[in-house]
Design a binder for this molecule. Structure first.
Ligand code: ADP
Ligand code: MG
Length: 370
């Protein structure tokens, strides 16, 4: 695939439009779109990734023009080992406040179900027992394991929750990694086919030593669940974000939400921003949890084939319809690397991606235009 490139080193940041999203491409004539699509895969420049939300100053003006009870409500909170944030528009002040708490509770409920650090979680139960016998789990976790399996198959094993068979030997805070011998031994345990999804919500692992971790999908799932409960309660405009996973419900009342991609090496800078509505965006990067030893960066995304961190990219951002899939997909593309990842995402009709290479180059898929 031919990918154009240009340097962004001397650029403030890039703004991208998502071409297939009618809300965002209204102003483009079809002729313009053809030209822009011809530039697909263009490399831009130096970047990284955590997501930033710009809170518009327009907000105050909008509030003034609304009935007294309606306003934007916001709650930042800690969950799943990361910072989360919810912002919503409610016509009813009390309902809005209740929903902020409901969102926080929903995250904590999912954390209790899926955390590898909580001994009573269903995930911990699987890791203790599933190699010995079939283990009964909730339908909710079973369905998420099915989704993880689907992406494992689709990605040829780049996404594989059994990465944890090796992953548990890394401790990024303590700068610990598996020895060469441990790596050789544990690597063969990484294989999504070792995770047997049996009838009636039972799960069994094919070999002793197999471990799973949902760190690549659970946060996006929780974000999606939170948006689901807000939509069900009648909310039309909301943003929920946790770590690098964000989901937008509706727009920001007449204008798009603006989501930014952080610079992977300069935490105060952004490399790009995107106007979005009714969609999800997730970023995976090598800068959130990592340590450097002998010039090698050991970070929290592992290539299931090697049991080690891929090194070609600094961050990958994925746009799509729901946060469960954008979360898992960003981790997947990070493992695949630029060439394979770009080819893969171009096959996924509902998804777009922005890659930032270790050479500080930015590349984007053909459904985006700068
Ligand atoms: P973050 O957790 O910072 O949002 P990601 O969405 O990229 O970042 O998820 C990284 C997490 O995904 C890791 O911390 C780990 O739990 C999990 N993970 C790492 N490698 C893989 C892989 N190959 N397949 C599935 N999950 C993975
Ligand atoms: Mg992810």
């Amino acid at each position: 695939m031919a990918m154009l490139r240009k340097s962004i080193d001397n650029v403030n940041f890039y703004t991208f439009r998502w071409l297939n999203k009618t809300t965002l491409s209204k102003t483009l004539t079809s002729a313009t779109m053809n030209v822009l699509q011809g530039l697909a895969g263009t490399v831009v420049a130096s970047i990284k990734f955590s997501l930033w939300i710009h809170l518009g100053s327009l907000m105050a003006l909008l509030v003034l023009t609304m009935p007294a009870q309606a306003e934007w409500q916001r709650l930042p909170f800690q969950t799943m080992g990361t910072q989360a944030y919810v912002e919503l528009w409610s016509e009813d002040d009390d309902l809005g406040k209740d929903l902020l708490i409901a969102v926080q509770n929903e995250f904590e409920r999912i954390n209790q179900l899926m955390s590898p650090y909580i001994a009573s979680s269903e995930l911990s139960l699987l890791n203790r027992e599933a190699a010995n016998q079939p283990v009964l789990i909730s339908n909710e976790l079973y369905l998420l394991l099915q989704q993880a399996e689907q992406l494992a198959k689709l990605s040829g094993g780049a996404f594989d929750i059994s990465f944890a068979s090796v992953g548990f030997s890394y401790d990024y805070r303590q700068h610990l990694k598996p020895s060469a011998a441990e790596l050789t031994e544990q690597r063969s345990l990484i294989n999504y086919q070792h995770i047997q999804l049996l009838d009636n919500n039972h799960v069994m692992f094919a070999r002793p030593g197999v471990k799973i971790d949902l760190g690549g999908i659970a946060k996006g799932y929780a974000v999606e669940q939170a948006i689901g409960l807000l939509a069900k309660a009648g909310i039309k405009h909301a943003l929920v974000t946790a770590g690098g996973d964000t989901r937008l419900l509706g727009d920001k009342r007449g204008r798009p939400w603006i989501v930014a991609i952080k610079h992977p090496r300069k935490s105060d800078d952004i490399v790009a921003q995107l106007p979005l509505a009714d969609s999800a965006i997730s970023t995976s990067g090598d800068y959130e949890r990592f340590f450097i030893e002998d010039g090698v960066r050991y970070h929290h995304i592992l290539d299931p084939k090697s049991g080690q961190s891929p090194s070609g990219l600094m961050s990958v951002t994925v746009l799509g319809p729901d946060a469960t899939r954008t979360d898992a997909m960003s981790t997947t593309l990070f493992v695949m690397g630029l060439e394979r990842g770009m080819a893969f995402i171009e096959q996924q009709a509902e998804f777009e991606a922005i890659f930032i290479s270790s050479e500080h180059q930015l590349y984007f898929s053909s459904g985006l235009a700068q």
